[in-house]
Unconditional design. Structure first.
Length: 318
């Protein structure tokens, strides 16, 4: 589909939000209702940080993609070889060339998170590297999907990664088209490779590696560019713990759920339970949240999966 026609369809879609970003650029993102109700179609899945000006797509991130088991997502449709890379627990930024400059925006445009991402990228690139990167983005009409990890941005797991990691190079087009052939020319680190599967048995092993990992999990990318997330068991447990302990911190609950009683007892015994405000951090947008890695750091190993600290399993190469 021609870009102008596709953008008209986006703008007319009741579940796509269009935001003015300045410089004549509009950002297209799916609405909260689309997310809550799972109203996914070609338009809502593409409207996830797509930027356009005067009928031309100038920058874009990934299409919406799902975790294994979410929205009917399975492994059967993946085309081998399938590559698994570590999923880094940070936030997404999108870099693209516009009017002779590299813009680094969040999915919503030039937000507080976008400005924090831009500062992180500036710290990473020299003047020469920055110019070469601009020329690459402008010359090939592509965007960069970047994962940003900041010390003051509370996350569930502490990512052992650079401030800025290149996730993918993506063509500025209505259909998501990855450009791995250009990634080597980008002077940024890549996510850790967990393995490559050439058949279903190898794919199953990669999924188990991701589920057993100490971090967030993995992203699977198949031979056609289709992507699937696999969350680790530990990350899912931490997400449940984060929801429960936040209620305690905010004063809407007095205890953790019964299944987390051992964690609550450990936090009480180590005198952290009544000092939760000391384990908070303020993110780029000024939002204060519990710093879960700091809260759990150094706790003695327990039976609970939440506080178990184990090394990552070795990568599997099939």
């Amino acid at each position: 589909m021609e870009a102008g026609v596709f953008l008209d369809g986006l703008a007319a879609h009741r579940h796509v939000r269009v935001t003015d970003c300045g410089a004549g650029v509009s950002a297209y993102n799916f609405t909260r209702q689309a997310f809550r109700k799972g109203l996914w179609d070609r338009y809502t899945m593409t409207a996830r940080g797509l930027f356009a000006r005067r009928g031309v797509i100038v920058g874009r991130g990934f299409d919406k993609f799902f975790a294994l088991g979410q929205a009917g997502t399975g492994l059967d449709g993946l085309a081998c070889p399938v590559t698994a890379t570590e999923k880094i627990d940070g936030f997404l930024a999108i870099a693209f060339a516009l009017d002779g400059r590299i813009r680094v925006w969040s999915k919503s445009g030039p937000t507080d998170y976008a400005r924090a991402a831009r500062r992180a990228l500036d710290r990473r690139l020299s003047g020469t590297d920055r110019q070469c990167l601009h020329d690459l983005l402008a010359g090939h009409d592509v965007s960069l999907a970047l994962e940003i990890v900041l010390d003051d941005d509370p996350r569930l797991v502490r990512a052992h990664a650079d401030e800025v990691t290149l996730l993918a190079v993506i063509a500025n087009a209505p259909t998501q088209t990855l450009r791995p052939d250009l990634a080597g020319a980008v002077p940024l680190p890549r996510p850790r490779l967990l393995g490559v599967a050439d058949d279903r048995a190898g794919l199953d092993r990669l999924v188990q590696t991701a589920r057993d990992s100490h971090g967030e999990g993995a992203v699977l990318t198949d031979a056609t560019g289709r992507m699937v997330k696999v969350k680790s068991d530990r990350y899912l447990a931490l997400a449940r713990f984060h929801t429960a302990i936040t209620r305690v911190w905010q004063g809407t609950a007095d205890h953790l759920p019964a299944g987390m009683a051992d964690v609550e007892n450990t936090l009480r015994r180590t005198r952290r339970w009544h000092r939760l405000p000391a384990y908070t951090a303020t993110g780029p947008a000024g939002r204060v949240a519990l710093d879960i890695p700091a809260l759990l750091d150094g706790l003695p190993p327990r039976r609970s999966h939440i506080v178990r600290h184990r090394p990552d399993p070795p990568s599997i190469q099939t």
